[in-house]
Design a protein around this ligand. Structure first.
Ligand SMILES: [Fe+2]
Length: 180
């Protein structure tokens, strides 16, 4: 069966509605990324890197493209998120915040066909691993864009308002990532 983002949104909305939503959403993403080339074919080759497909109170559905030379700054979602990679490899650098400081918890590279689920209190920075862009489906278990969220200063761990201006200003080159 061919993939379309419209049918993906419909299937995820159905999965997110009712009991066992997390398990059902995960299973739906997992099913889709077993045929990653079909999702790549449905993804615009250029334009926006992070595209919201749908959002309501129960679920927010995105696809995200990351580039290997730039790292998105540490940020929180305040929601559980299920990530399913379908091209390249998405590198997730996960932190905890203890006593106001960021501590590196773990790094996980999610390759095409693999999944990663993060808890609602998770803080991560994200980039593409390797030499090529990554593509992944990101499903957040609630209304992501309605939440007041934070970014975290790379060095001090200070929490900063999540605005696009701050987000863009805090991106780092991949060369700064040697420690992670
Ligand atoms: Fe994120």
């Amino acid at each position: 069966m061919s993939f379309s983002f419209d049918s993906f949104v419909a299937d995820i909305r159905a999965a997110a509605d009712g009991p066992d939503a997390n398990a059902k959403v995960r299973a739906e993403i997992e099913r889709c990324i077993t045929n990653p080339d079909q999702i790549v074919a449905a993804t615009p080759a250029d334009g926006e890197d992070e595209v919201m497909l749908f959002e309501d109170q129960s679920v927010s559905i995105w696809w995200c493209r990351f580039q290997p030379h730039v790292v998105m700054p540490p940020h929180e979602h305040l929601l559980e998120v299920h990530i399913g990679a379908y091209a390249g490899a998405e590198k997730n650098i996960v932190f905890t915040q203890t006593g106001g400081r960021l501590a590196h918890d773990f790094t996980r590279v999610v390759r095409a066909g693999e999944m990663l689920s993060l808890d609602r209190d998770c803080i991560h920075a994200v980039t593409a691993d390797g030499d090529v862009r990554s593509l992944a489906l990101h499903v957040y278990m609630g209304p992501l864009m309605q939440l007041t969220r934070g970014l975290f200063d790379w060095d001090t761990g200070d929490k900063i308002d999540f605005t696009m201006e701050n987000f863009n200003q805090m991106k780092r080159p991949a060369s700064a990532l040697a420690a992670y």
